[in-house]
Design a binder for this molecule. Structure first.
Ligand code: HEC
Ligand code: HEC
Length: 289
């Protein structure tokens, strides 16, 4: 029973992708990378073949291509408040933190811009980030999914992407979350706020449990993470909006430990045995004291 339901779902998504591919072929966009999907012939190519040929053609043409434009992708400024709510809702839809934040941005762009965002199989891409990558509590999924969306939009301009993501992860690390805005969503309003210190799910959840007195596997904690999903996606969109306007001015200041400890331990330092932008003092003591 379950199986046939899933199959129906997959066929629909594939059909959707192939249709998007047709739209792509007709649109005047710079063509870059090619995404492979198995499209049925009747969808990918004009259905000219006669009844008898159908079977054979279907077998040989399962690798039709959906064409995606080269980065950077067309971006239209979004309302961060719409995206905040979309992130909360997507989490609640069962996408968790990474899928939820990615969906909040990509699905809103699909509505506003259409192709190529509508061709992204959102739910299939970003689910793995749940619980800081399948419960490992490493990078928070809200930060991960938002960063993936930023990457799709900005492409691999290392400096630009680094600056945008720096701002989002810095915000994540230093801001009291959930924000006052997202704290109005859902069943538990005005939940305790906490600062993660770094973008790790582990630190984020644990500090929140300390602040709220709630358990890490409670309904309240899930609700709080749904709010963060919206909050971080909204922040990502704020940054993207500023970049679109050429008005992006980073506000996040790296903690002193990065340059202080880094003067010996990171690139160019006497020891150079470490790297990173997370605040060293959220995990280490200063051995000079
Ligand atoms: C002036 C250079 C210098 C600075 C600045 C410095 N360290 Fe170190 N650190 C060292 C040296 C030297 C060692 C010993 C290395 C070894 O034995 O391989 C060390 C060892 C460590 C170790 C491993 C063992 C231990 O003693 O705990 C950690 C962790 C560490 N440093 C973190 C930090 C952090 C965090 C900061 C900033 C708060 C910092 N260091 C600042 C030079 C420095
Ligand atoms: C999220 C926690 C975390 C943060 C943040 C962090 N570290 Fe570490 N660091 C670790 C862990 C875990 C290890 C491995 C310790 C071990 O296995 O004994 C480590 C190891 C080290 C070591 C080697 C220690 C040794 O025994 O030789 C150095 C040096 C170090 N870190 C420096 C830094 C510096 C500098 C920063 C800031 C730029 C930093 N760390 C940020 C968790 C962290």
């Amino acid at each position: 029973m379950m199986k046939s339901k899933l199959e129906v779902k997959n066929v629909t998504r594939r059909q959707f992708l192939c249709d998007a591919g047709k739209i792509a072929a007709g649109a005047a966009v710079g063509l870059g990378s090619l995404g492979l999907v198995g499209c049925s012939t009747t969808v990918a190519a004009p259905a000219k073949e006669k009844e008898g040929e159908k079977e054979q053609t279907a077998a040989t043409a399962t690798n039709a291509k959906v064409e995606f434009p080269a980065a950077p992708w067309p971006y239209k400024k979004l309302d961060p408040e719409v995206v905040r709510k979309a992130g909360f809702d997507a989490y609640k839809r069962g996408l968790h933190c990474m899928g939820g934040s990615f969906a909040a941005i990509i699905e809103t762009l699909a509505k506003e811009v259409g192709y190529p965002y509508e061709a992204i199989p959102v739910e299939q891409f970003a689910y793995y980030g749940a619980g800081g990558v399948m419960g490992w509590a490493t990078l928070c999924g809200a930060a991960n999914g938002s960063s993936m969306a930023i990457n799709l939009i900005l492409g691999k301009d290392h400096e630009k992407l680094g600056a945008a993501i720096n701002e989002v992860l810095g915000y994540y690390s230093t801001t009291k979350l959930p924000t006052a805005q997202s704290n109005q969503f859902g069943e538990f309003k005005n939940q305790a706020q906490s600062v993660a210190g770094n973008p790790l799910c582990h630190a984020s959840v644990t500090n929140w449990c300390k602040a709220s007195g709630k358990k890490s596997f409670s309904k309240e904690r899930a609700e709080r993470c749904a709010k963060l999903t919206g909050d971080i996606a909204a922040k990502a969109v704020e940054v993207l909006n500023q970049i679109a306007d050429s008005s992006f001015t980073p506000v996040y200041q790296a903690p002193e430990a990065i340059t202080d400890c880094g003067s010996c331990h990171t690139k160019g330092g006497a020891i150079e045995n470490s790297r990173g932008k997370m605040d060293c003092l959220t995990c280490h003591d200063d051995h000079r004291k």
